[in-house]
Ligand binder design. Sequence first.
Ligand code: AHM
Ligand code: MG
Length: 340
Amino acid sequence: MTPPNKPIALTRFLIEAQRAGHITADLRLLIEVVARACKAISHAVNRGALGGVLGDAGTGNIQGEAQKKLDVLSNEILIEANEWGGHLAGFASEEEDDFVEVPNAYPKGRYLLLFDPLDGSSNIDVNISVGTIFSVLQCADGIDKLEARHFLQPGSKQVAAGYTTYGPSTMLVLTVGHGTHAFTLDRELGSFLLTQRDMKIPEDTKEFAINMSNQRHWFPPMQKYVAELLEGKTGPRGKDFNMRWVASMVADVHRILTRGGIFIYPRDRREPDKPGKLRLMYEANPMSFIVEQAGGAATDGMRRIMDIQPDKLHQRVAVFLGSKNEVEVATRYHREAGGP
Ligand code: AHM
Ligand code: MG
């Protein structure tokens, strides 16, 4: 028997989850392979300038964003690691125009893997934390030809979600629908060790995360909500709020999982046809699953994010997530105003 204080490895955690009936053997393999790919990405991120991986790739993605060399490399690492295992029917990535099929040379499986290979990549060149976000869905049975519509499932259908943060230490945070758990990469052993079981987000908070430079573009309910936070103790909220914004969603969400807070990327007036900046399938859904499993909440200001029926792979969404009571307050302001 392992002594109670000795952290267990991800492999053992997953085998126990399989024995408990929480995951299938294929899903276990899938998560292990994703974790292995994240170790390779962590290595590349860590090497930084020494690995010649900093800077722009000179290409753009379908959303018109410039790709960093590490965006492209991380995307390749995730696809190459997962395509041959036989557990996947296909991938969808923030860095790919369309979904990616498993090559015919390999057997096909029942899962769909969606990811943002390197989120917050504008932070790479300044040596600030970045991360990988992933989501796993099940593919409908009996499909001859994989199509984009097979991926278009609400977040409530996710069977697993996680992120890896490449910060002072590399951590993997994972849910398979039975709590949210954190693993820290032991570089000497080369394995992720369970360092926090059942993370719990405090229900109340005095900390918010938003890019304040966009304030002039916000709609009235956002203006009102944040103005009241800033009024502090003498304002209607009756307490002083602190603000943090890393501009790396994984880092901001990790802080919120650790000590509470609310993360907001609202819809604004800049691009009226796009509801917010963040992507539903690669960012908002997996983070919402992780946050809800830790006792937090996630909405788009009006609805629970995981109830949204996607109509496009690269769909964007407004995001309010974190401490349950604070997300409720922000959501109430939007509902009372009738949107957006
Ligand atoms: P990316 O996927 O292109 O890196 O964009 C997502 C990132 C999030 O990690 C972060 O919360 C947000 O963009 C920051 O946006 P901004 O620079 O507008 O503050
Ligand atoms: Mg991203």
